[in-house]
Design a protein around this ligand. Structure first.
Ligand SMILES: Cc1cc2nc3c(=O)[nH]c(=O)nc-3n(C[C@H](O)[C@H](O)[C@H](O)COP(=O)(O)OP(=O)(O)OC[C@H]3O[C@@H](n4cnc5c(N)ncnc54)[C@H](O)[C@@H]3O)c2cc1C
Ligand code: FES
Length: 295
């Protein structure tokens, strides 16, 4: 008892002498801590966007910036990151490309099934106004740009922003959000829709003739690197959203490192200055076992 009292007195003395700092969390930090717990949500609608991509809708009142992501939890299986690609009247949507086990199990879910959601996480896109903007989405990377385009369109109505959207896919069947963004410039590798070639080819053609103030891009890293190089050469500002294997999603494990920057908290969206310092950008990535491999 005496020892306990002495300990309390010592701690109080240290606080008074400022040797121990009392940490207080702001309401924003407390909200962020709460976001580390998955919340189970019911899937209220599923739509098929292409043969390989489904959009899962659920109710949520989370506030997010375009480009941020949520961690989706399937109990007893795994947790993976997905960008918020739809938001209206408290209904949120994620677009999921069927790739491996996790996305296959997610694709087998029905309306009424539940999944866990935590987040949103990361740093999204910087919304620029009064500018000539170009948005470049390669494959499922277009999902990260959808709510950005929605936001830019709402600014556009007020301020006369000029938005060019380039969406590249391998074939016409894989093109996404065609009904949502009717004025997209399309390109396909096999020439079955729009320009025959890649999103980079089309962007390179455009940037020769047109001045963009900001370019936003998401897609395969090789594509992003080429877009970044073209922007550097043309002295055009760009922001790109990178993809790495994500585990915790909130900056603790270091799994998502790209040259000292964590994709989950410092990104996934990076600006030109940051990208030019990231030696691994476009070159190296980290597998789920921590092995560094070529992108
Ligand atoms: C910030 C962020 C946001 C993301 N948003 C979306 C999104 O909105 N929609 C979406 O469909 N996906 C998104 N992803 C990727 C998504 O998390 C992966 O598709 C998912 O992890 C695949 O899981 P899986 O278990 O089905 O496949 P896995 O078993 O992990 O992989 C199956 C095959 O796909 C390959 N693969 C897996 N992940 C990727 C990848 N990210 N890039 C390229 N190849 C890969 C693997 O090498 C393997 O060959 C995002 C990733 C990040 C980092
Ligand atoms: S996934 Fe853990 S630090 Fe980014």
């Amino acid at each position: 008892m005496v020892l306990k009292t002495l300990k309390v007195l010592l701690v109080l003395h240290m606080i008074k002498r400022k040797k121990i700092k009392l940490v207080s969390f702001s309401s924003r930090e407390i909200e962020e801590k709460k976001a580390e717990q998955p919340v189970m949500v019911k899937i209220c609608k599923i739509t098929k966007e292409s043969p390989g991509v489904k959009i899962f809708f659920f109710e949520s009142d989370v506030k997010f910036t375009p480009g941020q992501f949520v961690m989706v939890w399937i109990p007893l299986l795994d947790e993976k990151p997905f960008t918020i690609s739809y938001f209206q009247d408290n209904i949120l949507g994620i677009s999921v490309l069927k790739r491996g086990l996790f996305t296959s199990v997610l694709h087998s879910k029905k309306v009424g099934d539940t999944i866990g959601i935590r987040g949103p996480y990361g740093r999204g896109f910087n919304i620029k106004t009064n500018l000539n903007v170009c948005v470049v989405g390669g494959g499922i990377g277009m999902a990260s740009l959808t709510t950005l385009v929605d936001k830019l369109n709402s600014v556009n109505n007020k301020q006369g922003l000029n938005i060019t959207i380039i969406h590249g896919a391998r074939t016409a069947a894989e093109i996404l959000y065609q009904k949502r963004f009717r004025d997209m410039k399309l390109c396909t590798e096999d020439g079955t829709a729009g320009f025959k070639g890649t999103a980079v080819d089309l962007f390179e053609n455009l940037i020769k003739r047109q001045r963009f103030d900001t370019v936003y891009a998401c897609g395969p890293e090789k594509m992003l690197y080429k877009i970044f190089e073209l922007c550097q050469r043309n002295k055009t500002n760009c922001e790109v959203s990178l993809d790495r294997y994500i585990k915790c999603g909130f900056g603790v494990c270091g799994q998502c490192d790209c040259s000292g920057r964590r994709i989950c908290v410092d990104g996934p969206v990076f600006n030109m200055e940051e990208l030019s310092e990231m030696k691994d950008f476009g070159k190296m990535t980290v597998t789920k076992t921590g092995e560094r491999v070529i992108c």
